[in-house]
Design a protein around this ligand. Structure first.
Ligand SMILES: [Zn+2]
Ligand SMILES: [Zn+2]
Length: 56
């Protein structure tokens, strides 16, 4: 139903490091919330959208 960010995924932005991918260490990216989340689940805790992890 409600597919918008409620802030539950709020987390500090991942560190920008040229040699490190943000998806390497439990980071997922929520396209709906438009932010990276350090979360181990497959779905965003707030918008329930499937999180994008490192491809395989
Ligand atoms: Zn969110
Ligand atoms: Zn989300």
């Amino acid at each position: 139903m409600t597919a918008k960010c409620s802030g539950a995924c709020a987390s500090p932005p991942f560190r920008k490091r040229s040699n490190t991918t943000p998806y390497g260490d439990g980071w997922r990216y929520c396209k709906q919330c438009d932010r990276a989340i350090n979360y181990s689940g497959l779905y965003c805790p707030c918008c329930r959208l499937r999180l994008r992890a490192r491809a395989r």
